[in-house]
Design a protein around this ligand. Structure first.
Ligand SMILES: Cc1ncc(COP(=O)(O)O)c(C=O)c1O
Length: 372
């Protein structure tokens, strides 16, 4: 069976973990955490990158930092992972779901202003499949209405919008290093802080609400409880693993892009349009080959397609169940626009396997056999 995902190892992970062990610190914020933060700051261009144990944790920190209070509203797509919403619901916030664009499956920036109320606090663009949201429009709406922008860039490392790396544009950006992402550490994430006003407080929230980070830097002579917070940081074993991956980030991205373009050229060169629509990448976006998807013509066809692929020993999947239609989404959120595109596209999407080491010809040949 060709799996849908296969975590890629560079071969250096175990060596880095062993180095961390030799250095004698396995709790967080040691040598490798610092190397990863520096790598992210340099390559993404954020003034401060804090490693977290997941993107979910980074989103939860973001919700605390923008000071979400019960009843505050956060505008986001419904077509996203649960953590985009849950992080804010945990603080009493209300996700307000807005429809997506047909081309990118990203939040439709043209619908955001109509969803703004006096309770709106932030906009959460989710860069689906590592393809950027229309950030210039989103940033100017946020500026006009005095709202924070938190980029859910869980899938966006090594992608950019008009040359700006994803996660570096909003006040805050959140990355994921979950094993299903391009750059991995099993579970893992980072909070990118672009609005410098948030740096000092973010360091405390991440360290159980204490000023331990300042203490470690020698800025205070003891550390104590300063704010709310939690244990949001990963240990050094995870950071050491992650650093081995970050060092190979360009290579990993290039290999994924080769597979992405193999799929894309194949589907474009054949006349598949009566069966599938393909991803569209706006010219201003440069991508990271995170996801390749097809949109079948109708929902009923999706099951047949996935079954056909399964019979040919190829595992394909779909996601997401739109949040506004889920049990918790109905309880904690509300819709801020019509949801026609979200409901339509989420019922027709199929994701093809995409991982470093995959030979995509095995997949395109199987598709060719059925459709021609
Ligand atoms: C858009 C989006 N946001 C957030 C997350 C959560 O990431 P993590 O698993 O690192 O908490 C995911 C994970 O798949 C995601 O796809």
């Amino acid at each position: 069976m060709i799996p849908f995902n296969k975590p890629y190892l560079t071969g250096q992970e175990v060596n880095r973990i062993s180095e961390a062990h030799q250095l004698g610190q396995l709790s967080g914020d040691g040598h490798f955490t610092s190397l990863c933060s520096q790598w992210l700051e340099k390559n993404i261009g954020s003034p401060c990158a804090l490693l977290t144990h997941s993107c979910t944790a980074a989103l939860e920190m973001a919700a605390i930092l923008v000071d979400i209070k019960p009843g505050d509203e956060i505008i986001m797509p419904s077509y996203t992972f649960v953590s985009s919403a849950n992080a804010f619901v945990l603080r009493g916030g209300i996700p307000v779901f807005v429809d997506i664009r047909k081309d990118t499956l990203n939040i439709d920036e043209a619908l955001i202003e109509d969803a703004i109320t006096s309770r709106t606090k932030a906009i959460l663009p989710v860069h689906y499949a590592g393809v950027a949201c229309e950030m210039d429009s989103i940033m100017s709406i946020a500026k006009k209405h005095n709202l924070f922008v938190i980029e859910d860039a869980a899938q966006g490392i090594m992608s950019s919008y008009k040359g700006k790396p994803l996660g570096s544009i909003g006040d805050l950006g959140c990355l994921s290093f979950h094993e299903t992402k391009n750059i991995i550490s099993g579970e893992g994430g980072a909070l990118l802080i672009n609005n410098k006003d948030f740096i000092e407080r973010a360091e405390m929230i991440r360290e159980k609400g204490t000023d331990r980070k300042q203490f470690v830097r020698g800025e205070v002579d003891k550390y104590s409880w300063q704010d709310i917070g939690s244990s949001f940081l990963p240990g050094e074993t995870v950071a050491a693993f992650l650093f081995a991956q970050l060092e190979e980030a360009s290579n990993i991205t290039n290999q994924r892009l080769k597979i992405w373009y193999h799929y894309h050229e194949f589907f474009n060169s054949q006349n598949f349009s009566e069966f599938f629509s393909l991803p569209i990448v706006p010219e201003v976006c440069s991508i990271n080959g995170h996801i390749y998807y097809l949109l079948v013509k109708e929902n009923a066809e999706r099951e047949n397609f996935i079954k056909y692929m399964h019979d040919n020993k190829i595992h394909c999947i779909f996601h997401y169940i739109p949040l506004h239609n889920s049990k918790a989404g109905k309880k904690f959120g509300r819709i801020g626009s019509d949801m026609e595109i979200t409901e339509d596209l989420s019922s027709r999407i199929v994701r093809l396997p995409l991982w470093v080491g995959l030979n995509p010809e095995n997949i395109t040949q199987a598709i060719n056999k059925k459709y021609f």
